[in-house]
Structure formats: C-alpha cells, structure tokens
Design a protein around this ligand. Structure first.
Ligand code: CP
Ligand code: NVA
Length: 313
C-alpha cells in the first residue's frame, strides 16, 4: 500500500516532468486565488501539520492553503502532543495517518520523517528537517520562473543558470544542490571553513551540479540568482557565538550583487537578520524578490498537496 503513496521528503522525490507540471499548475492556482475564483479540489480532506520547530511561513501557507482548497487542518506541536512525551514516531504515524488524508512535518533529523513516512497510510510532506527544505526550494524556483521565464515552459529558464549560495552548508544549501542536479543548473557554493556542504548528506551523485568557492564574492560573479540563509539554523543555537565569528564575511552585500549578472535576483527563505547574512540594502533593494518568494510558498504548496493526493489533473 505504501508503495503507491507520493511522499515529498526531499527534492529528489519528484522528477523533472513532475516539477514542470507543478510549476504550471501553481501558476494557475495562483491566478485563481488572485481572482477570488474558488479552487476546492480537497473538500473533506484533512491535513495534519506537525511542528517540532518554530514556523511562521510554513504554518500559515499550509494552513491557509488547505482551507482555500476546501479542506481542514489539525495543528500539532511537540509540546502539546504525545510526540513530546516519547511516544514512538512509528506509533504516532500509524495513528495520525488513520485519521487524516495528508501529513506535513517539520522536525530535526531526516531519518525521523522517513520513519514517519514508512509507517504512514497517507502522503507525508517535508516542511523542513535539519537536512532539507524542499517546499522552500519549490517556491524559490517558481519565483525565479515567474520573474525570468515562462510558467507554461517552466524548466527552460533554469537550464545553465548559476545560483550563488552564500553562507551555511545547511538544509537549504543541500536542497539547492538536489534541484540543480535534477533541473540542469549550477550552484556556486561559498561557506566558511567547517560549514561546507556535504555532498553525501545532500544526496547528489553528480558533483558537476555545484562548484565550491572560498571567497563569497567570487561565488556571486556572473550569478543569475544570489541567495543566502541565517548563519544559525533552528536546532543549532548552541553554536551561535562560534558561527557569528566564522560567518562574518558571509554577508550578502552590494559588492556581491554588483559582480552578479545585472539582472540577478536576490532571495532569502526568511526569517532574515539584516546586518548578519544580508545587508539591509540588498534584501530591501530592487533586486530582492523575497516577498514574492514568501507568498509563493502558498501557491506551490497548494499545487503540491493537490498533486500528492489527486495526481495530475
Ligand atoms: N522559510 C520558512 O520556512 O519560514 P518559517 O520558518 O517561518 O516557516
Ligand atoms: N536554515 C533555516 C531555514 C529556516 C526556514 C533553519 O533550518 O532554521
């Protein structure tokens, strides 16, 4: 039974054709939302959202998205459920998935979401783990396509492009690598020493899909998109002081944007810390598309939820 389920645990769980479908579908769903045209294919379906870490965007986009599609939502956190009192993840998965149609989880280790999915009767979506954040990259790519491509031929504009990743070799960086590997672009990665991306953790076999730069400015040279993320991800707060020192030169500034392509975009998954990983002049400047990027979480995840439950329509 679980063989037929479409889980979305990491970016590589879908293929290029499925991404092409999702981007075009997300554009249609967005257009209908803007026109107040009802789109309710998930009437009577229930989504359970499990948060073991904090969230603003992920919670509101999944919750509002499910209601907009005619469904309902149950919100659980570690603190207010038995998950925080050591009920085995396998037991939780068996119970929760008998009562709802879809589960979204934000947690720590990727192995936790994998164990949940292996015991779930319904599709499971990754809302962020220590290793991956596939829903965010889905939104980021859709935002790039909207600004620089054509939603009817969504993958074309990604071919051969360069994405500069400045900062931590974290869940976002790993997911960018998976996307590059699958969709035909290159990631220029610059991290402080000791915070490199780990190709094995990222799960990409093709080392051509990324290039490593010691100097973040060089990573940005000629880039079509410059992107970064917090110096300290959720769950790593104990390393905060060491990271502040190590990451001081990994702040996306106007000099980095100046060596990127003249029409380069800037993205950040948010929340952002101005003056740390990005200068205010960049995130609040003309090349930044961070608000479109945040809004697009809603539209792409509606397309994703519809797809994992109903397939291509
Ligand atoms: N970008 C993102 O996932 O934001 P939240 O942590 O607010 O959900
Ligand atoms: N890398 C960040 C992303 C937050 C959306 C974290 O994991 O905290």
């Amino acid at each position: 039974m679980s063989q037929a389920l479409k889980h979305y645990l990491q970016f590589s769980d879908l293929n290029a054709d499925e991404y092409a479908y999702l981007f075009t579908r997300a554009a249609l769903i967005k257009q209908k939302f803007k026109a107040y045209d009802k789109h309710q294919p998930l009437t009577d379906r229930t989504l359970a959202m499990i948060f073991e870490k904090a969230s603003t965007r992920t919670r509101i986009s999944f919750e509002a998205g499910m209601y907009q599609m005619g469904g309902a939502v149950v919100h659980l956190t570690t603190g207010d459920s038995q998950l925080g009192r050591a009920e085995p993840i396998e037991d939780s998965a068996k119970v929760i998935s008998r009562m709802v149609d879809l589960v979204m989880i934000r947690t720590y280790e990727q192995t936790k979401i994998e164990r949940f999915a292996a015991n779930s009767r319904v599709p499971v979506i990754n809302g962020l783990t220590n290793e991956f954040h596939p829903c965010q990259i889905l939104a980021d790519l859709f935002t790039f396509i909207e600004h620089r491509g054509d939603v009817l031929r969504p993958l074309d504009c990604l071919q051969g492009k360069v994405v500069a990743w400045v900062g931590d070799g974290n869940n976002m960086a790993n997911t960018w690598l998976q996307a590059a590997d699958l969709l035909g672009f290159t990631v220029h990665v610059s991290t402080p020493s000791g915070y490199e991306v780990n190709q094995a953790v990222a799960g990409v076999s093709n080392s051509e899909c990324f290039k490593v730069f010691a100097d973040p400015l060089q990573a940005c040279r000629g880039a079509d998109l410059v992107t970064t993320d917090v110096w300290t991800s959720m769950g790593y707060e104990a390393e905060n002081e060491a990271r502040r020192k190590a990451f001081a030169a990994w702040c996306v500034d106007e000099a980095m944007m100046a060596v990127a392509k003249p029409d380069a975009l800037f993205m950040h998954c948010l929340p952002a810390h101005r003056g740390e990983e990005v200068q205010a002049e960049v995130i609040d400047g003309p090349q930044s598309v961070v608000w479109d990027e945040a809004e697009n979480r809603l539209h792409v995840q509606k397309a994703l939820m519809e797809f994992v439950l109903l397939g291509q329509l």
